[in-house]
Structure formats: C-alpha cells, structure tokens
Design a binder for this molecule. Structure first.
Ligand code: IMP
Length: 171
C-alpha cells in the first residue's frame, strides 16, 4: 500500500494559521468553547487552538466511527458527550472532515436545545460531492475531491492518524 501526499504538512500549517486568524477576528471580545470530535479531530484541533487568540476552553465529543468500512452507515451514534454546560456560550465544533454531513448535522442538532449563544463548525477538509444533506461548515481548510484520505488525524482502520500530512492510498 502506497501513500501519496495530497496536502503537505507546510500547507496545512499555513492554512490552519489563516483559519485561526479568521476565527480570532470573528470572536474578538468573546470567549469560546472549542469542541473536538474524537478521534479524527485531535491533531487539527491541537494545532488550531494554538492559532486562536481569544480565551477558550476545550471539550470533546465522540461519535461512532465507520469501523472498518470507508463508507458511512448513515447512522451516527454518540459515544461521549460534553463535560461542560454550554448554555449562553459560543461553541466552535472542530472536525477533521465533512463528508456526508450526517455527523455534524447530528451534533449541531444535539447541542442546539442546550441554548448556546452560537454554534459554528470548523473542518480541515470538505468533500462537498459526498454530501447527503444541506450541511455547510462555517470554516473550511481545504475542499477536496471524493477520495478517501488519511493522515493528520484521519484514519483507515485506525491507522495512519499520526502522519503529519493528508494523503491518499494508492495501489
Ligand atoms: P460524515 O458524517 O459522513 O460527514 O463523516 C464524518 C466522519 O467520517 C469524519 O469525522 C471521519 O471520521 C470519517 N471520514 C469521512 N471521510 C473520510 C476519509 O476520507 N478518510 C477518513 N475518514 C473519513
């Protein structure tokens, strides 16, 4: 199995910095709760929060993964909820990739009744061709074609998350 680089570590670093600057401008004078979606978002989130200049707290949620498949089952299951109450607070959900859109649509609908001041989403990667609903992320690092990608937090069978770049498997 060969891994080809799609987005290099340098390109990711530059883009994450730009996203942090944009988010910092948008939330100037506000405080954030940054919610990472485990496990895929762990690397993107840890880099992104270091580029956000407004005061923030971090928390995590976990949803069911695809297991050993590369296609979504269409069912999202919550494995871990927030530890933090979010009423009246500004929430930024951070996710590695939006594909069908089912996970982020589910999570935003789950959090909305808890009456946060706002909910936005930041994703490193967007695969718009795969969307199965109307979901649109607020901050997008890179828009990519419909190709299964790995690295920088993204896995295939729980492997390759540690790669510092985003790549795809060929051969
Ligand atoms: P969605 O609910 O279909 O938008 O899928 C979101 C989740 O599917 C992501 O958080 C990833 O864990 C996983 N996923 C979607 N596309 C890929 C991919 O190309 N590589 C690795 N994981 C992916």
């Amino acid at each position: 199995m060969q891994v080809k680089v799609l987005i290099s570590a340098e390109e990711i670093k530059k883009r994450v910095r730009e996203m942090g600057e944009e988010i910092s401008r948008d939330y100037a004078d506000k405080e954030l709760v940054v919610v990472g979606i485990l496990k895929g978002a762990f690397m993107f989130m840890s880099d992104l929060v270091r580029e956000i200049l407004v005061p923030l707290e971090v928390d995590f949620m976990a949803t069911s993964s695809y297991g050993h498949a590369t296609k979504t089952s269409g069912v999202v299951r919550l494995l871990k909820d927030l530890d933090t109450p979010i009423e009246g607070r500004h929430i930024l959900i951070v996710e590695d990739i939006v594909d069908s859109g089912l996970t982020l649509a589910y999570l935003t609908q789950l959090l909305q009744p808890r009456k946060p001041a706002s909910i936005k989403t930041a994703v490193l990667l967007d695969k718009p061709e795969r969307r199965r609903n109307e979901f649109e992320p607020d901050y997008v690092g890179f828009t990519i074609p419909d190709e299964f990608v790995i690295g920088y937090g993204l896995d295939y069978n729980n492997k390759f998350r540690e790669l510092p770049y985003v790549g795809y498997v060929s051969g």
